[in-house]
Design a protein around this ligand. Structure first.
Ligand code: SF4
Ligand code: SF4
Length: 185
């Protein structure tokens, strides 16, 4: 019984004279090399040169603050539940008196971690968030040799209070909305 249709019978045929001197085969190979020499290269000299990303590229997350600099996240856990990779973990805490300038809601995430090695950058956490607290951005997650370095805590996720340290997500969000509108038309 034949297991495959691609089986080929091996024939032990004698080599011709031209096959035995190998020269035509070498010339053919060199011609192929020469052809590729003058073709446009598909590679670029990264990091000197960078490719343009899609405007809806999904990269390194940001935990946003409100206009007064308070953390938006209320540690509801919806992003963690929505995450198909189980990459998000958090520990909720009650806001104490005098912390109203730090956290917008009465509950906040004392610990918020994303395991970037697990994350598949699907964006479901962003979609699940009812507080506009988590967004994906166009920033690339930096590479590293140590696995532990890929557990991003609040120090790597929450944007800075100062205006120059804020992460602008409006452009990317606008593109997402436009894309959704086009899909519904
Ligand atoms: S982008 Fe997807 S995989 Fe990554 S943390 Fe968010 S929900 Fe999880
Ligand atoms: S980021 Fe959003 S969904 Fe996730 S815990 Fe905070 S408020 Fe809830």
């Amino acid at each position: 019984m034949q297991l495959t249709q691609r089986s080929k019978q091996v024939v032990n045929k004698q080599m011709t004279f031209t096959e035995r001197i190998y020269l035509p085969a070498i010339l053919k190979g060199m011609l192929t090399t020469l052809k590729h020499f003058f073709r446009r290269s598909n590679t670029i000299s990264y990091p000197k040169q960078k490719r343009e990303f899609a405007p809806v590229y999904r990269g390194w997350h940001v935990l946003k603050r409100d206009a007064q600099g308070r953390e938006n996240c209320t540690a509801c856990g919806l992003c963690a539940v929505a995450c198909p990779a189980e990459a998000i973990t958090m520990v909720a805490a009650e806001r104490q008196k005098g912390e109203e300038n730090l956290y917008r809601e009465e509950k906040y995430a004392a610990v918020y971690e994303i395991n970037m090695l697990r994350c598949i950058f699907c964006g479901l956490c962003e979609e699940a968030c009812p507080k506009e607290a988590i967004f994906l951005t166009d920033r690339i997650v930096p590479s590293d040799y140590v696995r532990q370095e890929f557990i991003f805590g609040k120090d790597m996720l929450v944007e800075g209070v100062e205006p120059e340290k804020r992460i602008d997500v409006t452009k990317r969000q606008r593109h997402i909305q436009e894309k959704k509108q086009k899909e519904t038309v």
